[in-house]
Design a protein around this ligand. Structure first.
Ligand code: NAP
Ligand code: MG
Length: 404
């Protein structure tokens, strides 16, 4: 059988721990036998980030800008424990934070749903997509440990050096913590447009929520920008498509989401989206079933799993124990990237292969072959719990059958 050829390379970003193991298995069993993979490889594993003083992360993000499509493995964001575990030169920033700061954009996270896996929230009938603003706020903040009594101030100087405002944040009498963060109008505008375009593309309502009642300048600016852009550019298109946009306070949004049927997009600020997507993923089944794509305003796409490097499973794997780690979200990152590459390059056979691979993985689970995390959730008789690698090999059986 001849392999599917590619035109433009896609940017491949390798990662850490259990997901690095899964990454290799997916390539070996499910991709390389079928596709003449054209990828520009960047090793974002922590040892190589340390060796390159994190320059590799920046190079990878620049490559996504150049080629337009990337696929990323989960990576460790080092904390103090990781610095000693890996003898790091320093506590590097989150690679995803670095990449998102370079690409800007919005992260859309949608669960992979299956009839045999019922959401924990019994009213949910359709997937909920979280649109997360992927720029700024605490992910690009400047923060300090305040050592003791003293005054913290915030001020802004224009380009001529004139101080436009200056205010005391807090008069510390004891030690404490302090943070400064920011966002930009143009990034919020592109966030709003990305959300409205996505809503039109998948014909679903979109909600946006923030804490404008408490944050009367910061969060209120987000609310105002969304409304301005909606009224001037999208109102009519939404009416034609029969979908709605509305803003609501995040507290209210949380309550409505739980009572809803699903089937809409929930747009969130950066931190809210980070946290809420984990909640939504867990309630739909498993964090391992959540897909994630970063869409930048200039049309670049970066696909990844929403979960982390699954450290606990990796430590078992390292001890020689058999693991049963779910590879679905990582697999869907690859199929998403390959399908997008095929779409952009006019390669229908590559798009078709990506869809077949997704269907093969869903068919494997639907007929009872799954990893441990899903076995406890799936409501069906005769389940077979497979190891990490055996699940991938089972998907290959279904894929081969569908190709043959
Ligand atoms: P995690 O890797 O997402 O795993 C948390 C737990 O969720 C696991 O212990 C496991 O539960 C379950 N889980 C997650 N993915 C699974 C999968 N594919 N199959 C089966 N179970 C799965 O989060 P974490 O342990 O908090 O973080 C580990 C590392 O990942 C950290 O160093 C963090 O910095 C990094 N991280 C990276 C990204 C990213 O690159 N996008 C995102 C988040 C975290 P059980 O142990 O109960 O089986
Ligand atoms: Mg998160």
């Amino acid at each position: 059988m001849s392999k599917i050829a590619m035109k433009t390379p896609l940017v491949e970003m390798d990662g850490d721990e259990m997901t690095r193991i899964i990454w290799k298995m997916i390539k070996e069993h499910l991709l390389e036998p079928y596709v003449e993979l054209k990828a520009e490889y960047y090793d974002l594993g922590l040892p190589n980030r340390d060796a390159t003083d994190d320059a590799v992360t920046v190079q990878a993000a620049e490559a996504v800008k150049k080629y337009g499509v990337g696929v990323k493995c989960a990576t460790i964001t080092p904390n103090a424990d990781r610095v000693s575990e890996y003898s790091l030169k320093k506590m590097y920033k989150s690679p995803n934070g670095t990449i998102r700061a370079i690409l800007d954009g919005t992260v859309f996270r949608a669960p992979i749903t299956l009839p045999c896996i019922q959401p924990t929230v019994s009213t949910w009938k359709k997937p909920i997509t979280i649109a997360r603003h992927a720029y700024g706020d605490i992910y690009k903040c400047t923060e300090y440990r305040v050592p003791g009594p003293g005054k913290a101030e915030i001020s802004f100087k224009d380009e001529q050096g004139k101080v436009l405002f200056s205010e005391t944040v807090f008069d510390f009498k004891t030690a404490g913590v302090l943070m400064g963060m920011y966002n930009k109008d143009d990034s919020i505008q592109s966030f709003a447009r990305a959300c409205f375009n996505y809503a039109l593309a998948i014909k679903q309502d979109i909600w946006f929520s923030a804490k404008d009642t408490i944050s009367k300048r910061y969060d209120h600016t987000f609310k105002d920008i969304f409304q301005e852009i909606f009224d001037s550019e999208y109102k009519e298109k939404f009416e034609k498509a029969g979908i709605v946009y509305f803003y609501t306070l995040i507290d209210d949004a949380v309550a409505r989401v739980i009572r809803s049927e699903g089937g809409f997009i929930w747009a969130c600020k950066n931190y809210d989206g980070d946290v809420m997507s984990d909640m939504v993923a867990t309630a739909f089944g498993s964090l391992a079933m959540m897909t994630s794509v970063l869409v930048s305003p200039d049309g670049n796409f970066e696909y990844e799993a929403a979960h982390g490097t699954v450290t606990k499973h990796f430590y078992k794997h390292r001890e020689g124990e058999t693991t049963s780690t779910n590879s679905m979200a990582t697999l869907f990152a690859w199929t998403g990237a390959l399908a997008k590459r095929g779409e952009l390059d006019g390669l229908p056979e590559l798009v078709d292969f990506a869809k077949k691979l997704e269907q093969a993985s869903l068919a494997a689970i639907s007929t009872g072959y799954m990893t441990k995390d899903l076995a406890s959730l799936a409501d069906m008789p005769g389940k077979t719990v497979l190891s990490t690698e055996d699940f991938i090999l089972k998907v290959k059986e279904f894929l081969d059958a569908s190709i043959a």
